[in-house]
Design a binder for this molecule. Structure first.
Ligand SMILES: [Zn+2]
Ligand SMILES: [Zn+2]
Length: 95
């Protein structure tokens, strides 16, 4: 489904640069990619914010990874509530 975040295909969700983007699955790893797809836990990132050194999958990406997870959890919980999130993902990224 469409992302539940305010994200557009022509703009990087993180740095807001306009242009080509890649779809990032915010919750990923062992079977979680499909859960992200099915529940709109995605955002569009420029190549740099996605795969660059400071990008979410890059070696300095931990900070951005955490921010995106927190923001998508907040957006999901605003719609479905905290219990539904915990049932779906099993981890709390808001602290
Ligand atoms: Zn970017
Ligand atoms: Zn990604």
């Amino acid at each position: 489904m469409e992302s539940i975040l305010n994200t557009s295909k022509n703009q990087c969700y993180s740095c807001h640069t306009s242009g080509n983007t890649e779809l990032h699955h915010i919750i990923y790893g062992s079977g979680m990619r499909k859960i992200s797809d099915d529940n709109g836990l995605t955002c569009y990132l420029c190549a740099e914010c996605h795969r660059g050194t400071d990008g979410v999958h890059g070696k300095n990406g931990d900070g951005l990874n955490r921010i995106l997870k927190k923001e998508v959890q907040e957006a999901y919980e605003a719609i479905h509530g905290h219990e539904a999130w915990m049932k779906l993902i099993g981890r709390d990224y808001i602290d």
